[in-house]
Design a protein around this ligand. Structure first.
Ligand code: DC
Length: 222
């Protein structure tokens, strides 16, 4: 059976990872969270006390190994062989990830790895530039959006479950700063591909958003 590439892009907190994970499960595809890769680079910078500039980042990117492995807990992210899946969600990583991911060499290396992972299809990949840069030929492109309030509420719940103490106002500020940075960077900014299907997830359930995507995917697979 034909295996397609499903690209899911959108701003922070729009529901990409939850949706992509369920869609992948239902189709028997691999789910790839590309944000985790940029987060792993950022964690390496923090741990090695690296300044965020081209010179330093180029060195670090050439000397670290990032692997994404599938497990029954979902995708696990490894940095130099160590499982960093929880650490990469830390607020200090989230704060620094946008400037790190804006660096050209970092993007070049991560995109290379993402293309390799997805080259045979059968993947649901989420990020910011999957439909525009990583796989412009993806058969199905989805662009998820949601109101800033809905996105902040979701992140707040996620962070509280993980034991982080924060407020909805603080998260709203972080999300809008990150959106601004991710949308205005020079290389591969967050953008909706011209052939992407936009879904607003502010007022629909996860079930509804995933069924819509499965419906489009099945039409392509028929
Ligand atoms: O999806 P996320 O919040 O975990 O992503 C973290 C950051 O990584 C996000 O602020 C921008 C960057 N990113 C990117 O530039 N390109 C991608 N394909 C995925 C994430």
């Amino acid at each position: 059976m034909k295996k397609i590439i499903i690209a899911i892009d959108g701003p922070a907190g729009s529901g990409k990872s939850t949706t992509a994970k369920i869609v992948a499960e239902k189709l028997g595809y691999i789910y790839i969270d590309t944000g985790a890769m940029y987060r792993a680079v950022t964690l390496a910078c923090i741990e090695q006390n690296i300044e965020i500039n081209d010179n330093e980042l180029n060195k670090i990117v050439d000397n670290i190994n990032i692997e994404l492995k599938q497990s029954n807990l979902g995708q696990r992210t490894f940095l130099n062989g160590r499982d960093v899946s929880d650490d990469i969600r830390r607020p200090d990583v989230t704060k620094l990830v946008s400037p790190v991911s804006a660096m050209s060499y970092v993007r070049e290396k991560m995109v290379e790895q993402q293309r390799e992972i997805g080259k045979n299809g059968g993947v649901v990949m989420d990020g910011r530039d999957i439909g525009t840069v990583v796989f412009p030929q993806a058969e199905l492109k989805i662009y998820l959006v949601a109101s800033i309030e809905a996105r902040a509420e979701r992140r707040l719940l996620e962070l509280k479950q993980k034991g982080f103490n924060t407020t909805v106002e603080e998260i709203m500020k972080q999300i809008s700063d990150r959106d601004h940075y991710d949308s205005n960077r020079e290389i591969s900014p967050l953008r909706k591909a011209s052939d992407a299907i936009e879904i607003d997830t502010s007022n629909i359930t996860i079930e509804e958003q995933t069924s819509k995507i499965i419906f489009y995917a099945q039409k392509l697979l028929e």
